[in-house]
Design a binder for this molecule. Structure first.
Ligand code: GLN
Length: 246
C-alpha cells in the first residue's frame, strides 16, 4: 500500500524528505520495507504538497508515473523549501485507476490529505455514508477511488465545523463501521498541525525540538524515531503531541 509522510518544522528542501535520506520517499517507492501484504512497490503515481514560505494555500505537484522516473522532480525538490509538507507514493488498489488525480495529496483550501490503505468493498460499502454528501461533492470527486471518497467525507466534516482530529476520527469510525476490515492510515494537515491515524498499516514519528515528521517508514536511522501502535489517532503541532485511540 502507499507510503506517505508529513513534516512540520524549519523550512527544508523537499529533496531532504524525498531523495536525500537513505530510505526517503523515493526509495520507499521501489524498496518499501513494511507493506503488510498490501502490494509490493509504489509505482502508481506520487504527489507532493507544500505550504509556500510566504503563506497561503498549499501547492501540489502530482503525477500518475513512478516517482523515480520524474525528470523534473530532482531539480524542483532541491530548489523548493517549505516548513510544512505532505507527500505520498501510490500503489493503486486492484481495480482502481492509475491517474494523476488519484494520487495524494488531495486538497481543499488549506488542507492536504492522504490515505494509505483500502476501503474493503468499495464502492458499495461506502454508499450509505456517501449518500450524506452534497450531490455536487459526488459529481466532482477527483477520482473514482476509495481515497478520493474518504477525502470528500473528511472535507464534509471540516466544512461542518469539526476540528481536524474530530473530522478524521469520525470518518475512521464511520468507515470502520460499514467496512470493518478496511485499512485507514490517514494524514491531514493545514500546515500548522498534522492529524494521523494508524488502522492496519505502519507509521512512525520523529519529534525533535523544532520539527515533527510522521512517515509510513522511517526514512533515516535517527534514534528519535518511534513506531506508532495500531489504531491510534495522533495530533502533532510544533509544540504539542497527543495520541489517543481510534
Ligand atoms: N486505495 C488507495 C488507492 O488505490 C490507496 C492505496 C494504497 O494505500 N496503496 O489509491
Amino acid at each position: 500500500m502507499c507510503r506517505h509522510l508529513a513534516y512540520l518544522g524549519p523550512p527544508v528542501p523537499l529533496a531532504s524528505l524525498l531523495f536525500e535520506p537513505g530510505h526517503g520517499l523515493v526509495h520507499q517507492a521501489w524498496a518499501p520495507r513494511d507493506m503488510r501484504g498490501g502490494g509490493t512497490i509504489n509505482a502508481d503515481g506520487f504527489g507532493v504538497g507544500w505550504f509556500p514560505a510566504g503563506g497561503g494555500d498549499p501547492l501540489r505537484y502530482r503525477s500518475a508515473m513512478p516517482i523515480w522516473t520524474d525528470a523534473a522532480l530532482p531539480g524542483l525538490s532541491a530548489s523548493v523549501q517549505s516548513g510544512a509538507v505532505l507527500a505520498a507514493v501510490r500503489s493503486a488498489t486492484v481495480g482502481m485507476p492509475v491517474i494523476e488525480t488519484a494520487a495524494a495529496p488531495f486538497q481543499y483550501e488549506r488542507w492536504l490529505f492522504s490515505h494509505n490503505g483500502v476501503v474493503r468493498g468499495f464502492p458499495g460499502t461506502l454508499a450509505s455514508l456517501a449518500s450524506a454528501l452534497p450531490v455536487e461533492d459526488l459529481l466532482t470527486l477527483e477520482a473514482p477511488t476509495d481515497s478520493a471518497a474518504l477525502f470528500a467525507l473528511v472535507r464534509h466534516q471540516l466544512r461542518a465545523g469539526k476540528t481536524a482530529a474530530e473530522a478524521v476520527a469520525s470518518v475512521v469510525s464511520d468507515v470502520s463501521g460499514v467496512s470493518p476490515d478496511s485499512r485507514l492510515n490517514l494524514l491531514l494537515t493545514d500546515g500548522e498541525q498534522i492529524v494521523a491515524t494508524t488502522v492496519g498499516h505502519s507509521l512512525s514519528i520523529r519529534v525533535l525540538t523544532d520539527s515533527v515528521l510522521v512517515a509510513s517508514e522511517p526514512p533515516d536511522d535517527h534514534p528519535a524515531w518511534r513506531a506508532v501502535p495500531d489504531r491510534r489517532l495522533l495530533t502533532a503541532t510544533l509544540t504539542d503531541l497527543t495520541m489517543g485511540e481510534v
